[in-house]
Every structure is written in structure tokens, then in C-alpha cells.
Write a protein that binds this ligand. Structure first.
Ligand SMILES: C[S@@+](CC[C@H](N)C(=O)[O-])C[C@H]1O[C@@H](n2cnc3c(N)ncnc32)[C@H](O)[C@@H]1O
Length: 189
């Protein structure tokens, strides 16, 4: 399997409007708070959050960014995200699959939250090359992933090892818990 296909996620959203309980789980709320509080800069100019789902983390990111592009591949999730984020004029919600429909923009923050392990190593490396291409030195990439066993192409730990192996990204935050890993990398020259 190279990357988890859209039908997999579509089926999950057909069964539940919030399949991972992002809006209600105290585990998710705490993880989101750690994610936001790990961002070294108060403000980012242009942030990209692929795999935004129903936009719960996007709402927290909205107040830290001049502009946020939040994307997903499931239209029903995006409809919820649009509703949740409609009061934020700085947030753009779009249907886009990565790596294929990567936006032609320059970002100073890329957020990979519970999304990198749905790709195999080759596809994740392609995504990392796109991140490097669409960022300048000093930009930040944050990754947050569950560490349990998965039937996805990668585990959370392996996904972070692959990001860490990219020589254009230098890790400056490392937070490891039994259930999830959170790292933040800075784009180097
Ligand atoms: C587990 S959810 C993560 C949600 C969000 N990032 C968070 O942490 O709250 C993964 C999301 O990634 C989306 N997704 C999966 N493959 C994708 C792809 N190739 N491009 C964009 N989004 C994708 C899924 O539809 C799903 O909504």
C-alpha cells in the first residue's frame, strides 16, 4: 500500500461525523494544546494543514496565523470544517490531496497532525520534498502522531524517523509520550 485511499476515510466519515472524537475527547484536547503551545513563534504568516478533517485543530491554529490553508480529501469532513471555521476570515478550506495537489505557495508553518502515517515511506519522502520546496529557511514543520500499532503504511514513530532523516529539517522540539510523539523541525539553509 503506498497511501491510504480516499474510500477508507470516506467510509469512516459515513459512519460518524467525527470518527476520532476530535471535538469531544480530552486526550485530543490536551494533545492539541501541546501542539499549539509547542509552536515557537507567536505568529506565522502562511500556514498549511493538510488532512484538517473537521477543522478542530485548524480553529486553534487560526489565531496563530495570518493565513491558514486547511485541506482534506473527504467533502463531508470539509463541509464541517467550513462551518466550524466560517468566522475566521484568515482561514481557507480546500479539497486537496497530498502529495498530488500540493499548493503552489510558500509556507512558514506546515502542520502534519495524525496524517503522515497514512503514506508509505516513498510517498512521505515525496511530501517532505514538497515541504522543503515550499518553505524558506527558518520555517517550521510540526508533526504529531499516535504511537500505537496501526494497519496504516507507517507507524507514528517511523513517520517521525523519516521526517527527522531529511537533512533540510533540523529538529528543535521533541516530546515523547507513551501514546503520541510530537516533534517540531526548522527548515535549514
Ligand atoms: C486522523 S485525521 C487527522 C485530522 C487532523 N489533522 C487532526 O489532527 O485533528 C486524518 C485526515 O487526513 C485526511 N487525509 C488522508 N489522506 C489525505 C491526503 N492524501 N491528502 C489530504 N488529506 C488526507 C483524512 O481524510 C482525514 O480527515
Amino acid at each position: 500500500m503506498t497511501s491510504t485511499d480516499r474510500e477508507y476515510f470516506q467510509n469512516m466519515y459515513d459512519e460518524s461525523t467525527d470518527p476520532w472524537n476530535f471535538a469531544t475527547s480530552s486526550y485530543e484536547q490536551r494533545k492539541y494544546a501541546l501542539t499549539i503551545n509547542s509552536l515557537p513563534r507567536e505568529r506565522y504568516h502562511n500556514a498549511f494543514e493538510p488532512g484538517c478533517s473537521i477543522g478542530v485543530l485548524s480553529e486553534l491554529l487560526a489565531s496563530r496565523c495570518e493565513r491558514l490553508l486547511a485541506t482534506d480529501i473527504v467533502s463531508s469532513a470539509l463541509e464541517q470544517a467550513k462551518q466550524r471555521l466560517r468566522k475566521y476570515e484568515n482561514v481557507v478550506v480546500e479539497s486537496r490531496a497530498i502529495p498530488g495537489s500540493w499548493p503552489d505557495e510558500v509556507f512558514d508553518l506546515v502542520v502534519l497532525s495524525e496524517v503522515a502515517y497514512y503514506f508509505d515511506a516513498g510517498s512521505l519522502r515525496d511530501i517532505l520534498a514538497l515541504i522543503v520546496r515550499s518553505t524558506l529557511p527558518g520555517a517550521h514543520v510540526i508533526g504529531v502522531h499516535w504511537r500505537g500499532e496501526t494497519d496504516y503504511p507507517l507507524t507514528g514513530d517511523r513517520a517521525h524517523e523519516l521526517i527527522n532523516a531529511n537533512d533540510q529539517l533540523r529538529r528543535i522540539v521533541h516530546h515523547l509520550e507513551e501514546e503520541f510523539t510530537l516533534d517540531l523541525w526548522e527548515r535549514v539553509t
